[in-house]
Design a protein around this ligand. Structure first.
Ligand code: ADP
Ligand code: MG
Length: 254
């Protein structure tokens, strides 16, 4: 079976002032893989995610999702193509329950909006019903159904991360980008999230994950891309990466 690239990044560059945050970066993610991006702080990992998801536009280069050029499209358009993400710093609205937070995620998909009751049409109500059903399935899948009516921002850190993942899943992505999802988690929360990522992947969702935890990276990844100073340093499976002198020097600091 030949591999299919779900995401292709070609010659991608982005500078902030004099800093080349991402510098002529080229790599691709194969469909159904868990693909890790590793590298030291400031290597350009989050900037790469911001470029892929349309938060910022590149100075140069291209992002392709399957055969579609999605470079510089608006974030919501990119999400509609099937690319969804979580952020390095958890972003949750303080006044929303878990259920409401994830329901908002589905609106992007259905094109539904919050409208005054008097304007509610039959088709809107049907979309809303489908959306609620989908939220229920997602919350059960990620293990948040029991806390669906609690305020998302008041949950444990591990569960807040789950809410973010659930919200990302609500757009029915084919590719999920996770930016340091286990940073600050205790070993138990980390293990549970790793199990969740495996389960998400087994549902046919390709995962691109930024992580520092080498146990997580080595356990989960089909492929690893190491970046430093915005450039690709080396790429390969965990076996190859661990032995690479440039990685040991630049990343492990040894
Ligand atoms: P990483 O996620 O690998 O730690 P980042 O992508 O956050 O790295 O940052 C890469 C470089 O780009 C850093 O030098 C950072 O300070 C800089 N940078 C990132 N975003 C911005 C921004 N919006 N404005 C200015 N500089 C930025
Ligand atoms: Mg980062």
């Amino acid at each position: 079976m030949t591999d299919t690239a779900i995401l292709t990044v070609k010659g991608l560059s982005k500078s902030f002032g004099g800093v080349k945050a991402v510098n002529d970066l080229t790599f691709s993610v194969q469909k159904n893989h868990i693909h890790a991006i590793i590298g030291p702080n400031g290597a350009g990992k989050s900037t790469l995610f911001n470029l892929i998801t349309g938060i910022i536009s590149p100075d140069d280069g291209e992002v392709r999702f399957f055969n579609n050029n999605i470079t510089s499209l608006r974030s919501d358009r990119i999400a509609q193509h099937g690319v969804s993400r979580t952020f390095q710093n958890i972003r949750l609205f303080p006044d929303m329950t878990v259920f409401e937070t994830v329901l908002i995620g589905t609106y992007l998909l259905t094109g539904a909006k919050l409208v005054p009751a008097i304007l509610l049409t039959k088709s809107f109500r049907e979309k809303e019903k489908t959306a609620r059903k989908s939220v229920e399935e997602i919350l059960k899948f990620v293990g948040l159904w029991d806390v669906r009516d609690e305020y998302a921002a008041q949950l444990s850190y591990g569960n807040q991360r789950r809410v973010e993942i659930a919200r990302a899943l609500a757009t029915k992505p084919q590719l999920l980008l996770l930016d340091e999802p286990t940073a600050g988690m205790n070993p138990k929360e980390t293990k549970e999230l790793m199990n969740l990522f495996t389960a998400v992947n087994e549902e046919g969702i390709t995962i691109l994950i930024i992580a520092h935890d080498m146990n997580l990276v080595n356990t989960l990844s089909d492929q690893i891309t190491v970046i430093n100073f915005g450039e690709k340093l080396v790429e390969g499976t965990a076996d190859v990466i661990q032995k690479h002198p440039a990685v040991i020097e630049a990343y492990m600091g040894k």
